[in-house]
Design a protein around this ligand. Structure first.
Ligand SMILES: [Zn+2]
Length: 417
């Protein structure tokens, strides 16, 4: 039996409960020096493990009581009557985001991405072009909300861990908001993504070892008082990603029958699922789209548990893969992600390296130049398409312009294998 002080995730074995971040004067670390005149920021978070609400003050990346992961409380709501202009992108949904009313939206024009159709195996499929966001990935939707909240609360700096896309997005929106950003990346991060993070003015800290080590280091930084704005742990970004669901439905004119998407931590899948849930709640759609998650076979914890139960985690490894963006051994919200997939009637597909390379090529022939992480959707699509109800949407998550070409990557893989 799991007690109230123990986190119950099957996926995240070790948690570090943060000390309350404070300086000798009592000011929250990372908050503005004149914070005395500023009300303490409040966070619309509730612990998914023990049910406690987040306290006002420094940004908590996890529950300080039990180490559990926070979720948004209240959840995002879809309110079409209060939407902005159709062409405003994410800003169209500003009034629905979990931000203080007076907060400025830190925006680079994210969202409003095209939904492009193409014929595959005689079926018309719809590709949501999230790689066309300002920094080249869907992460910008979450970053807009996260950095808007941090800026409104008066934070001057924050840290994040990332395999590349989230770090680049975080760095861009931090620059836009005037925050100092420090981004922890694994040593085998794509050089192009590393360069992109640095170009926005963020400090890039390379952590030797696997991807999970960079994530651990950020949590250690948080325990020393840094503001840990992890896109995986802090739930604010989920609301930004929910707008992706709003757009898909508005562009299709109906709910999709199925959505196929890459899954690492699963913030994309959960955010979209939340968006569809909000639309069902509002009466805007009446069905729950089937969610098909694609993982790299080299590191596929969700696939393993979906196939064989929690015991299967024992043999999951963080193997080398071109799909570096979803190389996540311990998905922070793994239980919630699997619950969403199963409730939707969906499934998880594990994609091996040759199929990832093939997916890059096939999607490029349709005109989509994508990073390998995005290309996992191709195998997932072709494997499940006969059983998927129309209309089928695949989410294209990241641009190929910042990935390593296949030849260079195979050299990198052999160095780090
Ligand atoms: Zn808790």
């Amino acid at each position: 039996m799991i007690g109230p002080d123990r986190a119950s995730s099957r996926f995240v074995a070790h948690r570090i409960a943060p000390r309350r971040a404070s300086l000798p004067g009592g000011d929250p670390v990372g908050a503005v020096p004149d914070g005395i005149d500023r009300p303490l920021p409040s966070w619309p978070f509730r612990c998914t493990n023990c049910g406690r609400r987040a306290a006002d003050g420094p940004l908590p990346y996890c529950c300080p009581t039990c180490g559990g992961v926070f979720d948004l409380e209240p959840p995002i709501r879809f309110q079409p009557a209060s939407a902005g202009p159709l062409d405003a992108g994410l800003a169209r949904y500003r009034s629905m985001l979990p931000l203080p009313e007076e907060a400025s939206l830190i925006t680079l024009g994210e969202g409003g991405t095209p939904l492009v159709s193409a014929t595959v195996d005689g079926r018309t499929l719809h590709f949501k072009c999230e790689h066309l966001n300002p920094t080249g990935s869907f992460k910008d939707r979450g970053s807009a909300v996260l950095l808007s909240a941090l800026a409104a609360a008066g934070f001057l700096e924050a840290v994040e861990d990332s395999s590349g896309n989230a770090g680049a997005s975080f760095a861009a929106y931090a620059a836009r908001a005037g925050l100092r950003a420090r981004v922890f990346v694994p040593e085998n991060v794509s050089p192009r993504k590393r360069a992109q993070i640095a170009a926005y003015g963020a400090e890039v800290v390379e952590i030797p070892g696997p991807r999970s080590r960079a994530a651990e280091t950020v949590r250690e930084e948080a325990s020393r008082g840094a503001t840990c704005a992890s896109h995986a742990w802090v739930p604010l970004g989920l609301a930004g990603i929910a707008t992706l669901a709003f757009e898909i439905v508005e562009q299709l004119g109906q709910a999709p029958g199925a959505v196929v998407l890459p899954v690492g931590h699963g913030t994309l899948l959960l955010g979209i699922d939340r968006g569809f849930a909000a639309m069902r709640e509002a009466g805007a759609i009446d069905r729950r789209p089937r969610l098909v998650a694609a993982q790299a076979a080299a590191c596929a914890p969700l696939w393993a548990v979906h196939q064989a139960g929690g015991e299967a985690l024992a043999w999951v490894r963080e193997g080398p893969t071109r799909a570096e963006g979803i190389r996540i051994l311990q998905p922070v919200r793994g239980d919630a992600v699997l619950a969403a997939i199963e409730a939707s009637g969906g499934t998880v597909v594990a994609v091996d390296e040759p199929a990832i390379v093939e997916g890059e090529a096939e999607l490029a022939r349709l005109g989509f130049y994508l990073e390998p992480t995005s290309a996992v959707v191709w195998e997932a699509l072709t494997a499940t398409l006969p059983s998927l109800p129309d209309p089928v949407v695949a989410v294209l998550t990241g641009s190929g312009l910042k990935a390593e070409p296949a030849v260079e990557a195979s050299r990198m893989g052999s160095q780090h294998a």
